[in-house]
Design a protein around this ligand. Structure first.
Ligand code: MTE
Length: 335
């Protein structure tokens, strides 16, 4: 995974701006013209300025509004602006730069889609695109996303508990782990067609959880964010949300969920076993071999001169709910 070295462009806590104000400010800046605006805005927003003269919107992937039970925290928590959450991405199938997924994934086809639930289940299931959005009640959950590269965001996800889907399929006693696989489609995903463009990962991207982690109420399959279906760069049509684990566990564009007896080998662990483990629980006390995990850069709407470094919390702040699952496990060895 590429290193995200702290830069002068980090946002200050006081610079956190709610999305409405952020959008309004951007439209004023647009009206001001390029010079002043581009000096004030960060990379992805700069790119947007040029949209005034392009008809990019026409070819853009269409997201759709969703019906869901809103998170009670809505309005009380400062969210990462949607623009940032959808333009600063890791989705190596579409390239390794943070801006690549938003640029390269707009023609990604998510409908028709098939998600298979199989392996050690009583009743294997296949869900099509409509099933993903309609077969289980959707709820919104605002969670932190902490990337192993030491940046973080606060995002309102929409989806359902993974346990609800696994219970539909029937979890037998043989299923000790859950293996997740992303779509393999080298014609659509340039990173899969060219090993260099895809960061050296042996695709398809694979992730895994222990069965108790998978059944934990905080573990969610997300089909939307910010009130709408997921854009492709964020893992449309369905991706994993495991709030207490580093972002690389949050596998995107899933086509297969398989209950297994043996611990699956996840993609990043396979590529760099000394740097990325299976557990990947957020842990400020266990540094990455190449950088500290003690703090993180909270991505906000801050501009070039702002900075927002906050301390990283054990289990990303969800310790009360999840620490019990790891009693007796050496979290330094099982990183
Ligand atoms: N899933 C797939 N299939 N491919 C990827 O490259 N990157 C992971 C994760 N899921 C990745 C993936 C990493 S490293 C992170 S930090 C999160 O997605 C980023 O999610 P976001 O782009 O929605 O912020």
């Amino acid at each position: 995974m590429q290193i995200n070295i702290a830069k002068k462009s980090q946002a200050k806590e006081q610079d956190v701006t709610d999305e409405g104000i952020y959008r309004e400010r951007r439209s004023i800046l647009k009206k001001m013209g390029f010079v002043g605006a581009s000096a004030l805005l960060a990379g992805p927003a700069q790119a947007d300025l040029f949209d005034i003269f392009s008809n990019k919107e026409e070819t853009k992937f269409k997201v759709e509004p969703l019906k869901f039970k809103a998170d009670k925290q809505t309005g009380t928590i400062k969210l990462t602006p949607e623009e940032k959450a959808t333009h600063h991405n890791n989705f190596y199938e579409f390239g390794t730069k943070k801006s690549d997924p938003a640029e390269n994934a707009q023609n990604f086809k998510v409908n028709p889609w098939q998600l298979r639930v199989e392996g050690a289940v009583d009743k294997p299931l296949t869900l099509d695109y409509d099933d993903l959005l309609k077969s289980l009640p959707l709820e919104e959950r605002i969670t932190r996303l902490r990337c192993v590269e030491a940046w973080s965001m606060v995002i309102p996800w929409i989806g359902f508990p993974l346990a609800a889907l696994l219970n539909k399929a029937g979890v037998g006693s043989k299923g000790k782990f859950v293996k997740f696989t992303t779509l393999k489609s080298p014609t659509q995903m340039p990173g899969q067609a060219n090993r260099f463009k895809g960061g050296g990962i042996d695709y398809p991207y694979v992730e895994g959880l222990r069965i108790d982690e998978a059944m934990h109420p905080l573990t969610m399959l997300a089909v939307g964010m910010y009130g709408k279906t997921l854009p492709p760069q964020n893992g449309a049509p369905i991706r994993l949300v495991v709030p207490w684990k580093y972002g690389f566990k949050w596998i995107k564009s899933i086509v297969k969920i398989e209950l297994t007896e043996r611990q699956p080998i996840n993609s990043w662990n396979q590529l760099l076993p000394n740097e990325y483990g299976f557990y990947a629980n957020v842990n400020p006390e266990v540094d990455h071999p190449r950088w500290s995990q003690a703090s993180e850069r909270l991505i906000t709407s801050g501009g070039l001169l702002s900075r927002n470094r906050i301390p990283t919390l054990p289990f990303n702040g969800y310790g009360e709910e999840v620490a019990g699952m790891y009693k007796g496990l050496d979290l330094r060895k099982n990183f």
